[in-house]
Design a protein around this ligand. Sequence first.
Ligand code: GLN
Length: 230
Amino acid sequence: MCRHLAWLGAPRSIASLVLEPEHGLLAQSYAPRRQRRGVVNADGWGVGFLVEGSAEPVRWRSSHPLWSDPSFASVAPVLRSGAVVAAVRSASVGMPADETAAAPFTDGRWLLSHNGLVDRAVLPARRDAESVCDSALLAAHVFAEGPGQVARTVLEVAAADPAAFLNLLLTDGVRLLATTWGDPLSYLVDPDGVVVASEPWDDDPRWVNVPDRHLLEVTPDGVAVTALEL
Ligand code: GLN
């Protein structure tokens, strides 16, 4: 399964979020510590973030391993944002290999990453999906239902596909929402903001593990974790 990460807080460099942490996304692309399925995440990567002067998020995605991109590594230290979603991908069997299948996905306002697997037959066919990848179809479905309803949407999709793995991570720069449904997730509250990640990027004791089948909400009021109940 993929690994993903989001930051909501004061602007900071993309490199400090994605490349520099000892056990961060770059390390997780070849040596994840808490991955339950799959050994490496080498089928692509993506970083999406909000920048001043643009209403729409910008994205940099690739179908290659994150560790093989010196151009990104050279630019990431000077890219800064206060709202970021990033992911490294381990493609599910039968899914497309090109970069359009790499998270984060967007509706022009929200950035969304899916760590997991879902039967595409239970999702409505949507023309606005960015790829035929299950995660892109799920993203389009979440956008259409309303990102604020993500808890309800996850419960409905899980009811339709009980074997699904549905860890979602999304932000619009105001709120950050995440679900756990089959895979791990942790968060760390820093004085400057909140980082949410599939696995902690270091051994800082402030990391908190989110229980499975929960919704995490980060707003200007703080962090709330609530159970997702069928
Ligand atoms: N199913 C998605 C894909 O094929 C996500 C895979 C994952 O979480 N590893 O890209």
